[in-house]
Ligand binder design. Structure first.
Ligand SMILES: [Zn+2]
Length: 238
């Protein structure tokens, strides 16, 4: 089915309500529908959601473009799930980052390379992440009744967080700074729960349900976004 120029995949299922998803990596639109529903009803449903769908597709496209950043004016950058438009200004002094409204003002030396700009950005992201982590860790360590001996931030391509249970050492992905804050909280709770239960078994799920009843929604939100491709950074202790 095509609605407003957008191709929609229809999946008929044994369900009661229609469910719409815009899927990574390129924003494919899928609607799951009850088996006996009419095409007209599906079309009306999709039309009622069309501005949301377009916004999602737009986000995916700009996320895809993020894999090749040049740190120039006009690029989109994400902080805590919000999209900002980058505005590059030049200075002969130290580089600086300033947020004004939905503008991400990036003040750099005109001759700086993409790599240098990327490092400046990552250091800034690291500071944002580190400003939120201590409070979240102490809050959740108390609730869950565990303690992480070491916590690190690292740029990772395939995992949002990892936990070495024996050493009680947790790694948090720097990329979480780009996702909504509730996603960071979900990852922290997930890794801390590993200190109670090593594997992703029923017991683990029960703990998650107990401590963070909406963890599934947060996880879903996190995985709506693809990860950016970033170069390796040295690891760093909190
Ligand atoms: Zn896990």
């Amino acid at each position: 089915m095509i609605v407003s120029g957008i191709e929609i995949d229809i999946v008929k299922k044994d369900i009661k309500n229609m469910h719409l998803s815009v899927l990574p990596p390129d924003g494919k639109v899928r609607v799951s529908v009850p088996k006996d529903i009419s095409d007209d009803a599906i079309q009306l449903f999709v039309i009622s959601k069309i501005s949301w769908i377009k916004r999602q597709i737009d986000d995916f496209n700009s996320q895809l473009r993020q894999t090749n950043r040049e740190y120039v004016s006009g690029e989109s950058h994400y902080i805590w799930g919000q999209r900002y438009r980058m505005e590059v200004r030049h200075t002969q002094g130290n580089s600086k980052i300033d947020i004004k409204g939905n503008k991400f003002i990036f003040i750099v030396r005109p001759e700086s390379t993409i790599k240098q700009r990327e490092n400046t950005m990552n250091e800034w992201y690291r500071k944002q992440l580190k400003s939120k982590m201590p409070d979240l860790f102490s809050k959740w360590e108390e609730i869950i009744g565990v303690h992480a001996e070491e916590v690190y931030v690292k740029n990772m391509l395939t995992k949002w967080g990892t936990c070495n249970v024996d050493a009680k050492r947790i790694w948090i992905n720097l990329q979480l700074t780009k996702k909504p804050p509730q996603c960071l909280e979900y990852v922290i709770v997930h890794e801390l729960v590993h200190l109670l239960e090593k594997s992703h078994n029923v017991r683990f799920t029960q703990y998650m349900d107990q401590f963070l009843p909406d963890w599934k929604e947060r996880k879903h939100e996190l995985n709506q976004f693809i990860m950016d491709c970033y170069c390796n950074l040295p690891t760093d202790s909190l």
